[in-house]
Design a protein around this ligand. Structure first.
Ligand SMILES: [Zn+2]
Length: 75
């Protein structure tokens, strides 16, 4: 069995696929680690972006960052 080195984090950004706010990240939390939805496993963003969202908390700056991540999905 593979050791489970991931943990769940809650982000202000809802998953574009299923609307969940729960994401799975590696416990090591490298800035370049990928953050995936805990429910549907969809790739959302890199960990440094998720960390930035959490750091900024609710507010305009976080909103702008969320928009940037979401918009990038369409390209
Ligand atoms: Zn999802």
């Amino acid at each position: 069995m593979m050791p489970d080195t991931s943990e769940d984090i809650r982000l202000p950004l809802a998953c574009p696929s299923c609307g969940s706010h729960l994401y799975r990240v590696n416990q090591v939390r490298n800035p370049t680690d990928e953050v995936h939805c805990a429910s549907c496993k969809r790739y959302l963003c890199d960990y440094h972006e998720a960390a930035e969202m959490l750091e900024k908390g609710p507010g305009d700056e976080a909103e702008a960052l969320i928009e940037e991540v979401v918009n990038r999905r369409h390209h």
